[in-house]
Design a protein around this ligand. Structure first.
Ligand SMILES: Cc1cc2nc3c(=O)[nH]c(=O)nc-3n(C[C@H](O)[C@H](O)[C@H](O)COP(=O)(O)OP(=O)(O)OC[C@H]3O[C@@H](n4cnc5c(N)ncnc54)[C@H](O)[C@@H]3O)c2cc1C
Ligand SMILES: NC(=O)c1ccc[n+]([C@@H]2O[C@H](COP(=O)([O-])OP(=O)(O)OC[C@H]3O[C@@H](n4cnc5c(N)ncnc54)[C@H](O)[C@@H]3O)[C@@H](O)[C@H]2O)c1
Length: 465
């Protein structure tokens, strides 16, 4: 049994904690590997944010001909070389992941890398299943940054037919002719865009009446309307069972008009993620869990066990990389300065969905503001009403703001349309630093005729008292 100063479980955001200040610490990192190649470096790098956005950008380029005609420019998509796309993307990602693993395994004298599944066998005691057999390690301090994995609903036949998840679908051998995507959240919306833009006929199946239903009500409604024009959208459907017929996967659905069947060559399951607390046996480590099965932490990221911190998807309600990274910085500080702990700041956490059109959001949605009884005014500004929107001939995008009617402090901001995440960022800044809408709109120049005029006009449209 070996004892360390610090054990970090998970090499996603957990991997970012160690810097020169830990050079004198005896540290272990435990990582089981993610994706088909058991890669080092966590979800975002290998099977999440980074490769998906590399595919999204490629999909956006492949979509250009569709928008060209309206501008009087006739373009033609002559083909998509799937193998070249896939191999270009993973030809960049895989060496970075392997380089990260090698760096920790070979170039960090104070770090021991254990490659295998970790499981708590007691408080601050871990059994690691390595290729050389089980090893038990203990430490004064632990950081649990073990993330989550795709959730697979209990549908009869799913296991037998074979399905893809976000972990596997980006490495398909060939593009299928058709794909059924189950799930209308972030992952469903992003991959439906990617694969349809690359030429796959996409059917999207959802339980509720909306795609991206947790977005602001107007954004979700607009996106659902646009999605229905692009994909075979089956909403208000329950997936009853699945069966395989040769090359085909057949899903039996139950919907408003009764039973129906959809079939495709590939099935992508995108129905949320589950935290890896079960793999870790967090309870054996004495770690309290929340109702959603995540590790309970306080504002300083401390768990219920003294000396054990948790961060990222395994403990956070936000399953977002920028949140995991922020929390990793908080844990890093609190490890180094235990007498002056700092707290995570989750007040204004933005997110973006890189689908088409893009969506970005921060703060309260209108339905949340109403539910919580927060007094507010709203404004919207269409892309179609600003000069750059004319240039793009955009007819569907808009920005929507919620603000306090008296102070003009922004309560929420939601954008659907081209470059939504980039346009949202100054609004995140305003909320974070307490800049009110009037000062933000009139206290600076706005480059004319650039896209941020969308934000300027949305601010000016707010009916403040
Ligand atoms: C398809 C997809 C797209 C995404 N796109 C975005 C995006 O555009 N923007 C964004 O902000 N977020 C995005 N996310 C979310 C983002 O990837 C996660 O929020 C983030 O990676 C979480 O980081 P983490 O360090 O908490 O966990 P992870 O990066 O998942 O790291 C956890 C690590 O722990 C290891 N591990 C787990 N259990 C054990 C165990 N028992 N023993 C040993 N090792 C273990 C895992 O193998 C893994 O490497 C996306 C996620 C997915 C799936
Ligand atoms: N751009 C980004 O930041 C980005 C991109 C991808 C993923 N992510 C993160 O990863 C997380 C997981 O993404 P996700 O899309 O899998 O989850 P999600 O929670 O966004 O969406 C899951 C969807 O699956 C549906 N669903 C759940 N169970 C179902 C069932 N039995 N049958 C049919 N539908 C069912 C839900 O109603 C929902 O629409 C997200 O919450 C997000 O935080 C972020």
């Amino acid at each position: 049994m070996r004892h360390f100063d610090l054990v970090i479980i998970g090499s996603g955001s957990g991997n970012t904690i160690l810097d020169d200040r830990f050079a004198e610490w005896d540290v272990a990192i435990v990582e089981k590997g993610v994706g088909p190649n058991d890669a080092y470096g966590g979800t975002c790098l290998n099977v999440g944010c980074i490769p998906t956005k590399m595919f999204v950008h490629t999909a956006d380029v492949a979509s250009a001909p569709a928008s060209g005609a309206g501008l009087g420019v006739d373009l033609e998509l002559r083909g998509v070389r799937w193998h070249d796309v896939r191999d270009r993307i993973f030809g960049r990602i895989d060496p970075i992941a392997e380089g990260g693993r090698r760096y920790r395994a070979e170039d960090n004298p104070n770090v021991t890398l254990y490659q295998g599944v970790a499981r708590f066998t007691g408080v601050k005691q871990l059994a690691v299943q390595t290729a050389d057999g089980p090893e038990t390690i203990t430490a004064d301090r632990f950081v649990v940054a073990a993330g989550g994995r795709p959730a697979i609903p209990d549908v009869p036949g799913f296991e037998q037919v074979g399905y893809y998840t976000s972990d596997t679908v980006m490495r398909l051998d060939e593009l299928p002719r058709r794909m059924v995507v189950v799930g209308t959240g972030f992952i469903g919306a992003e991959f439906a865009h990617v694969f349809s833009a690359l030429g796959v006929e996409v059917t999207v199946v959802g339980r509720s009446g909306h795609v991206l239903r947790t977005e602001d009500v107007d954004v979700s409604a607009r996106f659902t309307e646009l999605a229905a024009q692009r994909w075979d959208l089956r909403l208000n459907r329950k997936v009853v069972s699945a069966e395989r017929d040769g090359e085909l996967v057949r899903l039996h659905l139950e919907g408003p008009d009764g039973a129906e069947v959809v079939e495709a060559e590939a099935l992508l399951v995108a129905t949320g993620r589950v935290p890896n607390t079960d793999l870790l046996d967090a309870a054996a480590g004495g770690l309290e869990l929340t109702d959603s099965g995540k590790i309970r932490v306080d504002a300083t990221q401390r768990t219920s066990v003294d000396g054990v911190w948790a961060l990222g998807d395994i403990s956070s309600d936000f399953e977002l990389k920028h949140v995991a990274n922020h929390e990793a910085r908080v844990v890093q500080h609190n490890l180094l300065h235990p007498d002056e702990p700092i707290e995570s700041d989750h007040r204004f956490v933005p997110h973006a969905v890189f689908t088409a059109p893009q969506i970005a959001s921060v703060g309260l949605t209108e339905q949340e503001a109403q539910r919580r009884g927060v007094e507010h005014v709203t404004s919207t500004q269409d892309y179609a009403g600003i000069a750059y929107g004319w240039a793009m001939e955009d007819t569907t995008g808009f920005a929507k703001l919620l603000a306090d009617p008296d102070t003009g402090q922004l309560l929420g901001a939601h954008i659907i349309g081209p470059q939504a995440p980039t346009l949202l960022q100054p609004l995140v800044q305003a909320m974070q630093f307490g800049l009110d809408a009037r000062t933000m709109a009139r206290g600076q120049y706005w480059i004319h005729p650039a896209m941020p005029e969308l934000v300027e006009n949305a601010l000016l449209n707010l009916p403040l008292r």
